[in-house]
Design a binder for this molecule. Sequence first.
Ligand SMILES: Cc1cc2nc3c(=O)[nH]c(=O)nc-3n(C[C@H](O)[C@H](O)[C@H](O)COP(=O)(O)OP(=O)(O)OC[C@H]3O[C@@H](n4cnc5c(N)ncnc54)[C@H](O)[C@@H]3O)c2cc1C
Length: 394
Amino acid sequence: MESRTQVGIVGAGPAGLVLSHLLQREGIDCVVLEDRSREYVEKRVRAGVLEQGTVDLLTELGLADRLHREGLVHQGIELRFDGEGHRIPFEELAEGRAITIYGQQEVVKDLIAARLDAGGPLLFEVDDVSLDGIDTDEPTIRFKHEGVEKELHCDAIAGCDGFHGVCRPSVPDGVLSFNELEYPFAWLGILAEVAPSTDELIYAPHERGFALHSLRSPELSRLYVQCDPEDSLEDWPDERIWEELHVRLARDDGWTLKEGPLVEKGIAPLRSFVAQPMQYGRLYLAGDAVHIVPATGAKGLNLAVADVQVLGEALTKYLKGGDGSLLDAYSDACLRRVWRVQHFSWWMTWMLHRFPDDDGFQRGLRRAQLEYVCSSRAAAATLAENYVGLGRDW
Ligand SMILES: Cc1cc2nc3c(=O)[nH]c(=O)nc-3n(C[C@H](O)[C@H](O)[C@H](O)COP(=O)(O)OP(=O)(O)OC[C@H]3O[C@@H](n4cnc5c(N)ncnc54)[C@H](O)[C@@H]3O)c2cc1C
């Protein structure tokens, strides 16, 4: 069965869904194809820190009512080591910009509900997605839905299907260059049904490995411990996780970590990855489909949204006015920000983790950087302005 749309969007994660709303606002037809079920994507626990720019965009699109009701606005983070906390105050250092804590699965739920309410096509559980003719002016997406083979003819395709999707591998060999860094550790993340023991995120470098106390809501705590990338969940019974968290997050002034039942537990590798350019023919890649950042900087979701903000504007100019100049410049326009965010995420990861092959020199460098950030206003401001998100000029 054949059909036509202006933009075919592969993937209903933050990138694909935000793009569909940006295009819908401009009256541009698009179809979103997702290979998982609605229930699955609405429950997938991932990021939870929204930059100011992400919140502003969702607000402008009229998609942030629940976010503003339930999200927790944070004006700082704590760096904790040697039993002491050092606050990085965004209100002083980042010109009043802040972050909002609101789970990625909640963002996804809101975007899906609004898209379906508006009658926009969004198909779940599609199979066998493949791209054809991406170097022509009528690229096609082939897929199967409810047992029927379909062909969707488009003016452009947005590849928003994450790191393991089909869009990036559809680009012919030799077009993209791949830049990658694997870290020699992973994060074991838990979601616990207990009120957070902190009002702001705590980043804790420790000789036994990094720990992070984050949160999702007044009732849900999100915590991470650095672990070996070869570890499996069997290596980490709940008691061991709490024990490590108590040790790594300890503070000398009597602060205590509250424990609660785990509702989710998983191990994620840490990786830095950029494929470039972010486009080929009439295929435009966005979000995790084309770059990955280690979670330390809390940037993955925000970078995905920043990409599609640029892409939405470029597609609008092309499809409404026939001017393809922004579309041609899409990759260059995004890569400057992508590399800035890559650097920040790598830098935070480097500064805060214990690397297994560390020698005394490396340990000394990390320590010097950490102390500098905690004692110099200029160094703290660098962390703060990157953490809350650089403006659209980047
Ligand atoms: C386990 C995990 C934990 C994370 N934790 C954090 C965190 O704590 N903090 C942080 O900042 N970032 C985190 N991230 C990163 C952040 O969640 C991502 O950067 C963000 O989801 C990127 O959005 P996206 O829309 O580009 O990709 P995704 O959210 O991956 O969305 C891609 C969508 O495409 C769909 N798809 C895939 N293949 C196909 C196909 N063939 N056809 C149709 N659809 C397809 C997928 O099911 C998915 O719904 C985490 C990522 C992972 C994987």
